[in-house]
Design a protein. Sequence first.
Length: 404
Amino acid sequence: MTAAACGGDSEGASEDGKIKLTVATFNEFGYEELIEEYNAMQDEVVVEQKKAGTANEHQDNLYTKLAAGSGLSDIEAIEVDWLAALMEESDAFVDLSDPEVEGRWLDWKTEAATTEDGALIGYGTDIGPEGICYRADLFEKAGMPTDREEVAKLFTSWDDYFQAGRDFVKKVPDVAWYDASGATAQAMINQVEYSFEDQDNTVIAADNPEVKEVFDTVTSLADEGLSTRLVQWSEDWTATFQNDGFATMACPGWMLGVIEGNAEGVEGWDIANAFPGGAGLWGGSYLTVPVQGEHPEEAQALAEWLTAPEQQIKAFEAKGTFPSQNDALADPVLLESTNAFFNDAPTGQILAERAEAIEFIPHKGPKFADINTAFQQAIQRVDEGKESADEAWQSFLADVERLG
């Protein structure tokens, strides 16, 4: 450590001789104050966060520099949808298994990041149990119930949710029901145990009737005015939070911070303890340590600290990222937490109950992310009027064949 710290010309050394560690994240991990806290604890290490604007931007950078063999941060956050593909490149990541962290996470969270020979390539950060976030003020404008318990009754099934949307847009035609067709499609796909690949990772997307049903549903509902027709995470999508662009959205725990950031100053947001079709799990992330980094031991120590239950509770309080650690899930701070921005909703208890409702974890094989991108792009081409639904579906089938 001393030799590395004194290497002033090294990428991993700061001007004052400290070891410099970089943490690359995307969206909202709730790490800003945690990194300040960690830096205040250290004499020989200084940490800098690099936050990409979107998950896709971060993913592109990760894959490019992984292939190049250099340029990655000391810690790279990864989204669960990329995990299967990255597991095939597990040698590019430090084995993070350590007796000190055994039993820290939900079993399925750890198992997903563990190779066949027992190497752990990622420490779990958050998980994404889903509710529905909604604008109570816009519901009131449409003459709909606003109390979260009453609103939850509207979201028992997807049919109920979409019918409520039809009723809403008739009353408030200048406001869409949900934020994006692709986002709603993603929420529905995440309820399919085997969507694009089967348990052996054979691609089944083209022949899976559940995939076709999701596609047909969201593309037809856009024509009924339920969707903004915008791409989630785009600048136009972000702007809709400030101009009453939509009334509801699928809302995993990590989305709470995104909404609060985008809708700063907007009153009326709330969250219902319900999700169409029973339960949904969208997203969740891990911290990895690429082997190309100069300070793997220090990076692993930082990743271990950031994903400890105590820190994950703080991240939840900061940005609503729902923890995957067993001790954190039982923490009274979590279970008794409320969110002032969401009308003082008991978000900790709501998301804990949403997590308990999850019956299975959707399978996402090594080609899931690429096929899902093609699926989303096909939906967007319909929304933008570039292709009919039939044309876009055929284009998607061609993409699936090309991806193998």
